[in-house]
Design a binder for this molecule. Structure first.
Ligand SMILES: Cc1cc2nc3c(=O)[nH]c(=O)nc-3n(C[C@H](O)[C@H](O)[C@H](O)COP(=O)(O)OP(=O)(O)OC[C@H]3O[C@@H](n4cnc5c(N)ncnc54)[C@H](O)[C@@H]3O)c2cc1C
Length: 438
């Protein structure tokens, strides 16, 4: 990196907000995706939108790539630095700016943790539903950039459904405010939606305006275990057919539930082949309540990734997603694929959304095993697509899945995607090499 650029960055942000020493940079060389890493040239911590804009203006001037980063909990390599890049880490934009209880909105800077958004809404008697398993560590800006889902997606939807407005800094440093507090607002293209799920490739989100909803007054959690996985899938179909929409309908296969029990000790039945965690919420007349037990079970489910990560040196968590009607077909295929390639794959996920997390328990140092992992992954994605599914339900494309994107989208839509990127980032400096090759 040109030393003048570093001095300019120090001039803009102050020395304590610019990291350049290798040992300081290493923690920013990876996210939560296995086997992807690159040490950045510089990491900067802007504290205001104006500082973000000044960094992007400098990037245009000196043509260095910029990688936005929240907490680095991403599971597709989105915030892994690209060659010669400056990482713009947004964790110091960490203020909740407003909870508007009259309009049911919350305005926050991009680096606020998802849990803090939830808590601020809760303190006002309101509810912010999207709850990625990582909500205690992920930033709201990262959630917007990935359009993250969560355990309550079935009833409440995903992050996009709660984004009413955004403040975004464009590649050239221009600051745009998109959307408004109006429940209905159809003035112009819905540009905010372009930035939701754009994985840091179109602009840097500095502020979010979120929709809140009334807090449900009661919740009940039910744990159902099955000797056969097909029976769990049939239960899900029956629940939906009965027009009951639980807020959570989570699935754990036998391997995952044994690992979770070993890790969290909540008394899960380890001899079951499948487990469903079902949560309904609403009016107390419709829902009985045992908050402590419910929270214990939800915490156990949220620990699935950590529990599995203890089993082997490398944990690769995927999120192939299919229409709900194809769930048992897909799970069976994942199991057979694991056996065929002599791999350990545990599967859990958001069953109600058809969103599965086949998780490879592997070792990145074993080249032969990694080749088998890649082959199995390709087959799993191809099968998901053949069932009308998608290569990613919530983790994004990033680096990890870009090789599969064109296959899913087809040439026309893929070309359109690149055209949008070129018009917003003509020099290709925002998170280059993510989602697709430059
Ligand atoms: C244990 C665990 C459980 C998880 N559970 C879920 C889950 O249930 N559902 C789910 O959807 N995901 C889940 N994830 C994945 C991850 O937490 C989410 O993708 C999350 O939204 C990432 O937020 P982050 O702040 O860590 O972003 P990062 O990982 O730092 O960045 C993610 C992407 O967003 C971009 N980005 C970050 N901030 C901004 C910004 N302000 N402006 C523009 N671009 C930005 C980055 O460039 C990158 O492309 C889980 C991860 C872990 C480790």
């Amino acid at each position: 990196m040109n030393p003048n650029v570093i001095e300019d960055l120090v001039g803009l942000l102050g020395r304590s907000n610019v990291l350049v020493e290798r040992e300081d940079l290493i923690p920013y060389s990876f996210d939560a995706t296995a086997a992807l890493r690159r040490v950045p040239e510089v990491v900067v911590f802007p504290r205001t939108t104006a500082e973000v804009a000044s960094v992007l203006k400098l990037s245009q001037k000196h043509k260095f790539p910029v990688v936005a980063r929240g907490s680095g909990s991403g599971l597709s390599g989105g915030s892994v630095p690209t060659e010669g890049s400056v990482v713009v880490c947004l964790v110091k934009l960490d203020r909740i700016l407003e909870v508007d209880a009259r309009n049911f909105t919350l305005r926050a800077e991009a680096g606020v943790l998802t849990q803090a958004v939830y808590d601020a809404a809760d303190n006002a008697g309101l509810f912010y539903p999207p709850d990625p398993g990582s909500m205690k560590i992920s930033t709201i800006g990262g959630n917007v950039a990935e359009n993250s889902g969560g355990l309550r997606g079935l009833k409440y939807g995903v992050t996009r459904d709660y984004v009413m407005g955004l403040e975004v800094v464009l590649a050239d440093g221009e600051v745009c405010r998109l959307g408004s507090k109006c429940v209905k607002d159809v003035a112009g293209y819905s540009l905010k939606d372009l930035f939701v799920g754009s994985e840091g490739t179109l602009g840097i989100v500095t502020e979010v305006l979120l929709k809140l909803v009334p807090r449900p007054t009661a919740r009940q959690t039910l744990l159902a275990t099955y000797a056969r996985m097909d029976a769990a899938a049939a239960t899900v179909s029956a629940i939906i057919a009965a027009k009951i929409v639980p807020c959570t309908l989570e699935f754990l296969d036998s391997k995952t539930l044994r690992c979770v029990e070993d890790y969290a000790h909540v008394g899960l039945p380890v001899d079951a082949e499948a487990l469903l965690l079902i949560e309904v919420d609403g009016h107390p007349a419709a829902v009985a309540d045992d908050a402590a037990e419910a929270s214990r079970l939800a915490t156990a489910r949220r620990s699935a990734f950590s529990a599995l990560a203890r089993m082997r040196p490398t944990t690769i968590l995927e999120d192939a997603t299919v229409p709900r009607s194809e769930l048992s077909n897909m799970i069976r295929f994942i199991q057979e694929t694991g056996e065929r390639h002599r791999l350990e794959i545990a599967t859990f996920g958001h069953f109600g959304d058809g969103n599965l997390h086949p998780t490879f328990l592997t070792d990145e140092r074993d080249a032969d095993e990694m080749r088998r992992v890649e082959a199995a992954m390709r087959e799993i994605f191809a099968h998901a697509l053949s069932l009308g599914g998608t290569i990613t339900g919530e983790h994004g494309v990033g680096l990890a899945k870009k090789a599969f994107l064109r296959g899913q989208m087809g040439d026309g839509s893929y070309a359109l995607l690149r055209q949008v990127k070129r018009s917003l980032d003509p020099l290709g400096l925002l998170n280059p090499g993510k989602v697709f090759d430059p």
